[in-house]
Design a protein around this ligand. Structure first.
Ligand SMILES: O=c1cc[nH]c(=O)[nH]1
Length: 219
């Protein structure tokens, strides 16, 4: 598996990332969602460079223009709920794509929120056989929900190509997925890779709870 870290490059993505993380700016929910969307748009553009293209002739009012168009049948997969605005960014770019959804939530062994696992409940996906699957999961903490989300999707067909996308990943999550998918040609795209996970499996410095920041608190 190949890992791409946008934070290693001097691009506008770093500005979107800093706004997501900034404890004052992130209070503006609409802006928080839009920044996740914008990172999705840039990642989608970068992924478009890896697709398979063929030459097509386009009839204009004045003649014929020859152009390179991609052939990949794209499916955009997302993990509820924080994945939704990130997913929208990919869909803005690959607007003809099919879509797949899975719900994953953490369950805890005690009131102090010590995590024991991730539970998959809802799954809605088209046939994935031979498709180019792009999974949007903005916070890659342990890597568990990305792995389980992919496994859940794979019950509906084996994709030809897989792109795993996160806005912020932890070093531990990246190492876990790199080991788990070491014999694959998957690509993991990260807006940044942060050094730590705290006792509650939140990424540090991270940004907090992406789902709550995008959509408000939950019970
Ligand atoms: O830091 C984290 C980790 C997982 N999910 C989040 O929203 N934040």
């Amino acid at each position: 598996m190949k890992v791409i870290n946008f934070a290693e490059h001097q691009t506008v993505v770093n500005r979107y990332m800093s706004e997501l993380r900034d404890v004052c700016i992130q209070k503006d929910r609409a802006r928080f969602r839009r920044n996740l969307e914008r990172i999705g748009e840039v990642m989608a553009y970068e992924i478009s460079k890896t697709l398979d293209y063929s030459t097509k002739d386009i009839q204009t009012p004045l003649g014929t223009a020859s152009t390179q168009l991609y052939n990949d049948p794209i499916v955009l997969g997302t993990i509820f709920r924080a994945g939704l605005p990130f997913h929208q960014g990919f869909l803005n770019v690959f607007e003809e794509a099919d879509n797949a959804f899975v719900s994953a939530y953490r369950f805890y062994k005690d009131k102090e929120c010590h995590e024991v696992g991730i539970h998959i409940e809802y799954l809605a996906t088209p046939d994935l056989n031979g498709k180019t699957l792009i999974i949007a999961d903005p916070m890659l903490a342990t890597g568990g929900s990305m792995e389980l989300g992919l496994k859940a999707f794979e019950t509906k067909g084996i994709p030809g190509k897989v792109h795993l996308c996160s806005a912020i990943a932890s070093r531990k999550g990246v190492d876990y997925l790199t080991e788990t998918f070491k014999d694959t040609d998957y690509t993991l795209w990260c807006g940044a890779i942060d050094p730590e996970l705290n006792d509650h499996m939140y990424i540090v410095p991270g940004l907090g709870d992406a789902g709550d920041l995008a959509y408000g608190g939950k019970l």
